[in-house]
Design a protein around this ligand. Sequence first.
Ligand code: HSE
Length: 297
Amino acid sequence: TTVTVHAPATIANVGCGFDVLGLCLTEPYDTVRLTRTDRPGLHIRHLDDYDLPTDPNRNVAGAALLALLRAVPEPLGFEVEITKGIRPGSGIGSSAASAAGAVVAANALLGNRFSPKELIDLAMYGEAVASGVRHADNIAPAICGGFTLVRAVAPVLDVVALPAPPLWVALVHPQFEVRTKDARAVLPVSVPLGLAVRQWANVGGLVAGFLTHDYELISRALDDYIVEPARAALLPGLTDAKRRALEAGALGGGISGSGPSIFMLNKDEATARAAAEALGSVYEKMGIAYHLHVGPI
Ligand code: HSE
């Protein structure tokens, strides 16, 4: 009657794929422990120091589980224990992980009656609590693993799992806060056609690069011409950090989700370690505290 799930961090957008591409890391992860109860409703506890709301309607895992409970006929409830391994506000899908972990654990307790696609749909209720937007670009890779493309959220959720060659992520999380809401407020409402053409050429190229294991194409196609330039002002050090990581041999990268973390994709572990060091050196020089992460996808 108890299930424990490790819910991994994810990187949304993956360069040019704003709101549609995502990738799953192996670490860090949230630990979500669910116990089924006959008493209807949710009781949520956080076993960490982040002071997150435990009211089910305001908690990302709670909102996702309430949606799941509405979808099952029998009266039941869950005791929920969450240990955040992913720092909230770091830009690597912290809220998505808790929401995804909660519905995956509940599904296991209910005999796996929901499909992965239905679980993504339910977990998006958690994202709505976190950022006001029911987006799936972190939820989909958290649940499916690997790279995912969210081709559509409505009227019907359409998620495509993308095979990819071996890749290593280098990531820096500088210790300043960028709220997703603020990072979305700076985005342009409309985009010149020429820019849109360059962007979807990159998205197509990047997906093709993944499918054909073409590292050169992945490297050429990662750049985001629309969203990242608009957000750059919120992220001191971004341009410098990217440049240095490229010099260290990274294929390319950009803002992880809405920031402040910056990710770079790399062919192998050694390059990823060099790229991470390069990313860190920029924040070191700026006197901004940071965390580094290196890991395979
Ligand atoms: N795609 C979203 C954004 C992810 O970039 O705003 C937020 O986590």
